[in-house]
Design a protein around this ligand. Structure first.
Ligand SMILES: Cc1cc2nc3c(=O)[nH]c(=O)nc-3n(C[C@H](O)[C@H](O)[C@H](O)COP(=O)(O)OP(=O)(O)OC[C@H]3O[C@@H](n4cnc5c(N)ncnc54)[C@H](O)[C@@H]3O)c2cc1C
Length: 422
């Protein structure tokens, strides 16, 4: 029991509301609940709030996007009902009142300080000033329903005196535990999160890595460090109803020792499965192979094919592809020694470089797919339809956004909505 809590001799102090998780959504939800006059306790397993938030947007915290669209989420329509033009306005007002004025670059919103820490501090101060109590270094590991219609949370300490068990009682419950992504940032453990959802009888899709780099079967280690503008397509040959244009995206791709990285890859990783192929178009600006051939023919005949290709592609890629398609020294041969058929074949290889995905770099991921099934939740309030005393917010719900501030925008808006109505 917290030292400053009022106690009731029969059963102990009963909070109006408990929020499990002092991340983005838990902090705003707790603040809104407390402002409504509820005695609110936020329980956090880490030593301080928002550990993951500190790392967002490379430390700058990209917390919203100017483009509001359901297609920015892999969530079959649910996220679009939560993140609307209206709720985005509400979020901007909320952040401004919390002392976080925003600045925008290419549609991405950041705090004007360009420091994620300022967001963590402002949201934590906001919750404290609204009257929330915090219990840090405390993990909730089990939940029971009480005969009075409330909840008994089983907790254990995680700090120096790890393992000390206690119970906390509350009438309303907010599940804001996020996902197990990025465990090095103190994320909730998958087995504990699953246990809590099972204790409450809430259906969920198991978590799997999303927004992460991809490992591929082919040896691309010689290309590590190359950054290239490319168009990525996945599963084009497969029947994947509901995803449509999301199967193709253009942007900067980074080649690594083990495979592919970069924002475009992160977005694609959310949908691709191990064993599937990715098609990388390394010449997205050249659609017409006839025009490309004309361009090559118009060059000085004695120039090497490598030299000509190098005008449009990173040199490591030029060498890799010429030597892969032809013999080892082909990069040094004059362009006139290649037939049209060979040149077109090279062009097609560059337009459709097939790589087989062998894994996802989960440890470098920014999110997970999976979580509490959205059909169980009301998009207006994030309350569980069958038990409105429980709300589920942020990444713990079955919503994953694309890169660009969409995940934090959803987490924050869902937290505000839940706090207003629970
Ligand atoms: C490296 C990185 C960069 C990112 N950059 C961006 C970005 O720029 N823009 C963007 O929109 N998104 C970004 N994200 C994603 C974003 O951080 C998350 O989607 C968002 O934080 C989710 O908010 P949340 O409140 O649902 O969960 P979280 O912020 O993860 O908070 C959950 C909290 O619950 C606590 N918790 C879990 N289980 C328990 C338990 N059993 N008992 C007690 N406490 C518990 C955790 O310790 C954690 O503090 C990034 C993620 C990573 C890892």
């Amino acid at each position: 029991m917290k030292k400053n809590s009022k106690t009731n001799q029969d059963q102990g102090y009963v909070y109006d509301a408990c929020v499990i998780g002092a991340g983005a959504s838990g902090l705003v939800c707790g603040a809104v609940l407390a402002r409504r006059g509820m005695n609110t306790l936020i329980i956090e397993q880490n030593k301080k709030s928002g550990r993951k938030l500190y790392a967002t947007g490379n430390g700058k915290c990209n917390l919203a996007n100017a483009v509001i669209s359901d297609s920015a989420y892999y969530a079959n329509g649910f996220a679009g009902s939560v993140v609307t033009e209206g709720s985005a306005l509400l979020l901007h007002r909320y952040l401004e009142q919390a002392g976080i004025p925003l600045t925008e670059k290419n549609g991405y919103y950041y705090p004007q300080s360009l420091q994620a820490s300022s967001v963590v501090w402002a949201l934590t101060d906001g919750a404290k000033l609204a009257g929330c109590e915090f219990q840090y270094e405390t993990e909730v590991y089990g939940i029971e329903r009480t005969s009075e219609g409330g909840f008994l949370l089983k907790t254990r300490t995680t700090g120096k005196d790890a393992g000390e068990e206690e119970t906390v009682l509350c009438n309303r419950l907010v599940l804001a535990m996020g996902s197990p992504a990025a465990p090095h940032l103190g994320s909730g453990k998958e087995e504990v999160i699953s246990t809590l959802l099972e204790d409450l009888g809430l259906g969920y899709q198991p978590f799997e890595p999303a927004l992460c780099p991809l490992e591929v079967a082919e040896d691309v280690s010689s290309l590590a460090g190359v950054r290239v503008r490319a168009r990525i397509s996945i599963g084009l040959a497969m029947d994947r109803p509901g995803f449509g244009e999301d199967l193709m995206e253009e942007g900067e791709v980074m080649l690594t020792e083990y495979g592919l990285s970069g924002i475009v890859i992160f977005n694609m990783s959310t949908m691709i499965q191990k064993g599937e192929q990715v098609s990388v178009d390394l010449l997205p600006l050249w659609e017409d192979e006839g025009k490309w051939l004309e361009f090559v023919h118009a060059q000085e005949k004695k120039r090497t094919l490598f030299g000509i290709l190098n005008g449009m592609l990173h040199e490591k890629l030029c060498r890799y592809f010429i030597e892969k398609r032809f013999e080892e020294k082909a990069a040094k041969r004059p362009v006139s020694t290649f037939s049209d058929e060979e040149l077109l074949d090279l062009f097609r290889n560059l337009k459709d470089w097939r790589l087989t995905v062998t894994g996802k770099k989960a440890d470098m991921g920014q999110a997970c797919r999976g979580g509490v099934l959205t059909q169980l939740l009301s998009p207006d309030t994030l309350q569980v339809r069958q038990d409105p005393r429980i709300a589920v917010t942020g990444e713990l719900t079955q919503v994953t956004g694309r890169c660009g501030g969409y995940n934090l925008m959803y987490a924050l808006i869902s937290g505000i909505r839940a706090g207003q109505r629970l």
